[in-house]
Design a protein around this ligand. Sequence first.
Ligand code: SAH
Length: 253
Amino acid sequence: MIHFIGAGPGGADLITVRGARLLGEADCIIYAGSLVNPELLNYKKPGCEIYDSASMTLEEVIAVMTENERAGRITARLHTGDPSLYGAIREQMDELDRLGFEYDVTPGVSSFSGAAAALQAEYTLPDVSQSVIITRMAGRTPVPEGEALCKMASHGCTMVLFLSTGLLESVERELLAGGAYTEDTPAAIVYKATWPDERVLRCTVGTLAETARKNGVKKTALITIGGFLGDKYERSQLYHPDFTHEYREGRKS
Ligand code: SAH
């Protein structure tokens, strides 16, 4: 059996209860050492084998899994945040399907949730934005033409950029080219959200690159953009005294 497990964004106690239990049952843990907090390995049982996938290829990862399967051992494949985002799990699952090995997936807390917590912010504010675009700037990994950052930026909604901290000059240019954000639109760089050395750098779209440069932030950060970082919003209908819904009768006006 192979378990794909979301490790959470960094803080070692932000893995799910299920994820921690499965780590404790595994005979072998393959973890993404570049971003997964090594403290999570404390959940392992004695004798558990550990591999850091940072220096491994897909083929090498599958070879370790195959060896474990043939020996009747349990493998835990630990991915940072939630494995469904930029996790490269599909290619592993397709190989496992081909080989006829069983696997399951345990979700994790993504770093975009960790970043909102660090910012003490809500991405979806009434009258400000009701959508979150999660995307990245095209770099060495291309992005499909229809998802070019300037096109995504034309909506003006809340945006969270993964894997883009090294490209902030281009990010600024593309965000402004979208036409919906201005140089003054609030933005924030969240470095290592939920880790002990977490840093929150509040800035604006026009100062993203400069803020990262001044603070020496080059990677392991998310870029968040939008009015949700500002002061103006409408209160929710859900908790308004005049609003009636399934669970509560609104005040008669
Ligand atoms: N599956 C992961 C994302 C993996 S891609 C998730 O759900 O979070 C790796 C990118 O995620 C990094 O380049 C960075 O942009 C972001 N990232 C991962 N952990 C982070 C953290 N704790 N704080 C800020 N950004 C993080």
